[in-house]
Design a binder for this molecule. Sequence first.
Ligand code: MF3
Ligand code: CO
Ligand code: CO
Length: 254
Amino acid sequence: MSISIKSPDEIEKMRIAGKLTAEVLEMIADYVVPGITTDELNQICHDYIVDVQNAIPAPLNYRGFPKSICTSVNQQVCHGIPSDKKLKSGDIVNVDITVIKDGFHGDSSKMFAVGTISKFADRLIKVTREALFLGIDQVKPGATLGDIGHAIQQHAESNHYSVVEEYCGHGIGRKFHEDPQVLHYGKPNTGVALQAGMIFTIEPMLNIGKRHVKVLGDKWTVITKDRSLSAQWEHTILVTPTSYEILTLRKDEM
Ligand code: MF3
Ligand code: CO
Ligand code: CO
């Protein structure tokens, strides 16, 4: 495993890619309403990335993925393929955006509530976001990947949710997915030690039911085996000399 340490020049390019990624999630928020299809969300994001940002939507044709964004609804865990199915009030949907600008990737996702959602769904979304930020708060030189995974798993399980283990965060830069793998479970003080200049995503997926998942016949869409609701949030994180910088931070989070 070789984890790249980004140069100041590469970090600056990753800041730009991260900012564009955040701006797509800000832009799409107003469109996520009952009656819109995930295909329409895909088209709006695609056009914005290509025409406004002069950037590239990384998912399109990535290992055969057919669309420009991932949209994962309700029991879908991740990698949902946009379709002509309409969102309805009560749905929860993860929109996952990866933008390539000047050769570098930004990767971030967030949950949206469609119309009015249940207390159960709302609580899952909130706890999953808290888990992401508790993981992020571990990041500094000398901390370990196990510290991040442990913080996320601890928060999930103390709230009686399960953590999906088959998919993880990842190093990111010129490539979409680089070393290391960032697991969302683990033990403190284990695994790779972080160094300033590393850039990786943290993207926990939490389920209301059991952790087990399966991939649908479309070869992409991951769902919970027990069909329970699942939520995910993702940011791209730079390890700084003293702590971290969230490269995909949105205005609503500042
Ligand atoms: N954006 C996802 C991630 O966070 C990966 C999607 S792969 C795709 O790593 F092909 F489905 F786009
Ligand atoms: Co990612
Ligand atoms: Co992503």
